[in-house]
Design a protein around this ligand. Structure first.
Ligand code: NDP
Length: 241
């Protein structure tokens, strides 16, 4: 693939795998998050940004849009604030929505004008299997279901401009986010593995390959869709982040 891709949250986990696969495919990648990327590559750029801060996110996104011809955007950065309904605080809800949803809106607003001018763009939002409902995920499921709504709305608004918008909804993937809630070797982790139809936790590359498929120039007839990459958990109704 050719051109410049913005990937949020490329310092670890799924975003890091997406950035690596994009770099290997020939893209220039602009990573947006707080920590510097661990990846090293001549075509990798990094702008430090706390996406929970709307003003900072907007300033950095506009700076990146002015400097780079961004044709691909992956809204991947995300946070999970677990807790049952009765435990969810206003701060949990605001923070989960700010990082997962509001930042995606701000970034997409910044990069769509360049995509419109080029009459080509590819946007992928990283949702979650938890968007379909998961115990203890009030703030998170609201945020991840919100991304599916945005995906469908932006599909309609941007399709005529040559811009596709899709969502990937992962099931459990072995990353820092997942490991925090399910420490390796714990009974809780094993319980999740047992509940996944394919009987394993996903890898960041499992998710990255499906994102690259949707970003590909050949995927221009797919838009507004949510692809569950979840080892079957969205079908069995068990497990998932
Ligand atoms: P990680 O915790 O490994 O990575 C999260 C990434 O988001 C990091 O690069 C982090 O960068 C970035 N990030 C978090 N908060 C902020 C912030 N305030 N500002 C900027 N960047 C931020 O998580 P995963 O790789 O597992 O998750 C990636 C996406 O996949 C998320 O949207 C998550 O909800 C989703 N997902 C994950 C699943 C799983 O099982 N792992 C399942 C379903 C969905 P930094 O800390 O450097 O700022």
């Amino acid at each position: 693939m050719e051109g410049t891709a913005v990937v949020t949250g490329a310092s670890s986990g799924i975003g890091e795998a997406i950035a690596r696969q994009l770099l290997n495919s020939g893209c220039t990648v602009v990573a947006l998050q707080r920590r510097a990327p661990r990846l090293e590559h001549p075509q990798l750029r990094f702008y430090a940004v706390d996406l929970a801060d709307a003003a900072v996110a907007s300033r950095v996104a506009n700076e990146v849009a002015a400097r780079h011809p961004v044709r691909y955007l992956v809204n991947n950065a995300g946070v999970n604030r677990p807790g049952l309904l009765e435990q969810a605080t206003v701060d949990d809800i605001d923070y989960a929505l700010a990082v997962n949803v509001r930042a995606a809106v701000i970034l997409t607003q910044a990069f769509v004008p360049g995509m419109r001018a080029a009459r080509f763009g590819r946007i992928v939002n990283i949702s979650s299997r938890a968007a379909t409902g998961k115990t203890g995920r009030t703030a998170y499921s609201a945020a991840k279901a919100g991304l599916i709504g945005l995906t469908r709305t932006w599909c309609l608004e941007l399709a005529a401009a040559g811009i596709t918008v899709n969502a990937v909804a992962p099931g459990p993937v072995a990353t820092e986010l997942f490991d925090r809630g399910h420490p390796p070797g714990s009974a809780k982790r094993q319980q999740v593995i047992d509940s996944i139809p394919v009987k394993r936790v996903g890898t960041p590359d499992d998710i990255a390959s499906s994102v690259l498929f949707l970003l590909s120039p050949d995927s221009g007839y797919i838009t507004g869709q949510t692809l569950f990459v979840c080892g079957g958990t969205s079908v069995s109704g068990t497990g998932g982040e």
